[in-house]
Design a protein around this ligand. Structure first.
Ligand code: TYM
Length: 340
């Protein structure tokens, strides 16, 4: 029988993050952020700006600070609702690094050496292969495990890090008894890996030097249109989703995600028409989809007081939610309890 004592079932927990290294692009948005927004009602969500992760690459401090604040506005403009979810800076919540140290000691050198993102970044930044870049996945595991997150919405490029987080959690649980929830990745089907518009064999990336490779969430409509019109496709002039058509597949996936149209319907819509029409239609649909986000972003950027109140409240709530778990882990590994 239902009565006032019946406990409401606990909502499952989500944690995810994004680095403030530059303005997010449509890959970040379609691979991850769109799911962050969509899952807010069903889950208890914690979303963070991964500024600690960002310094594993050289950054200009003033620029990093500015990008961090802009990212708060942009995430809110995309639809993160601070009444439902917590939004905070990773560096404001010390429990992440407190747990990360312990997880470092339960992760093997060999495991970290196998991480493809480490290998790629070490190759790209040969002059700065720092220890933080190497242990990056341990901090990421701490971000997730410190919330006992059930689900982590990310793009495909984070899957390997997620698997490592699960392995570390399972290893710790095996040694010390049930401590961490094993997190599941939540990766979209067709937009898990949005590719560069200039080279569709490579993923769209914030650090791409070619400005036409990447469409950011704050690009002006005319720039969006120009980038899509120049997008690299193939010489077949057939709008069809199939193997070997990386450029066209990428554009179809993007078009489908922003219009809600199914892939066969898109193929039918453009049957017998050239790539010119198709690319223009994709560019216009993306520009139209991003228009309200850009407008809301501009409005929010003028209200710094509000942005500060959101991330301050987010950090306080994040800390309260995670302190107990860190204490538990510290006790389990044998640290003497700190008396307050
Ligand atoms: P970051 O900042 O590189 O990317 C943020 C999110 O965007 C996704 N993504 C993409 N999805 C589809 N196509 C693309 N071309 C594309 N590029 C990026 C990423 O998969 C990610 O979901 N390590 C993380 C940040 C992080 C984190 C965490 C994430 C730190 N701690 C804990 C989840 C849980 C990163 O660098 O994301």
């Amino acid at each position: 029988m239902e009565n006032a004592q019946t406990p409401t079932p606990r909502k499952k927990t989500i944690l995810s993050g994004i680095q403030p290294t530059s303005t997010p692009h449509i890959g970040n948005y379609l691979g991850a952020l769109k799911n962050w927004i969509a899952l807010q009602d069903e889950y208890d969500c914690a979303y963070m700006i991964a500024d600690l992760h960002a310094i594993t690459i050289k950054n200009d401090p003033a620029k990093l600070r500015q990008q961090g604040l802009s990212l708060v506005a942009l995430l809110l403009a995309c639809g993160i609702d601070p009444q439902k979810s917590i939004l905070f800076f990773q560096s404001h919540v010390p429990t992440h690094t407190q747990l990360a140290w312990v997880l470092n000691c339960f992760t093997q050198f060999g495991e970290l050496s196998r991480m493809t993102q480490f290998k790629d970044k070490a190759e790209k930044h040969k002059g700065n292969v720092n220890a933080g870049l190497f242990t990056y996945p341990c901090l990421m595991a701490a971000d997730i495990l410190v919330y006992n997150a059930d689900l982590v919405p990310v793009g495909a490029d984070q899957k390997q890090h997620l698997e490592l987080a699960r392995n570390i959690a399972a290893r710790f649980n095996g040694l010390y008894g049930d401590t961490f929830t094993l997190p599941e990745p939540y990766i979209p089907k067709t937009t898990a890996r949005i590719m560069s518009l200039a080279d569709p064999t490579r993923k769209m990336s914030k650090s791409d030097e070619n400005p036409n490779a990447c469409v950011t969430l704050t690009d002006a409509p005319e720039d969006i249109l120009r980038k899509f019109r120049r997008a690299v496709t193939d010489s077949e002039a057939e709008v069809a989703y199939r193997e070997g058509k990386d450029g066209v597949n990428n554009l179809i996936s993007i078009y489908s995600a922003v219009t809600g149209k199914e892939i066969p319907a898109i193929e039918a819509e453009f049957a017998g028409r050239g790539y010119g029409d198709f690319k223009t239609a994709v560019g216009e649909a993306v520009a139209e989809h991003l228009r309200p986000i850009r407008e809301e972003y501009t409005r929010l950027m003028a209200d710094k007081g509000y942005l500060v109140s959101v991330y301050k409240d987010g950090a306080e709530r994040a800390l309260r939610r995670t302190q107990r778990l860190v204490e538990k882990v510290y006790r389990k590994v044998g640290f003497v309890k700190m008396e307050r």
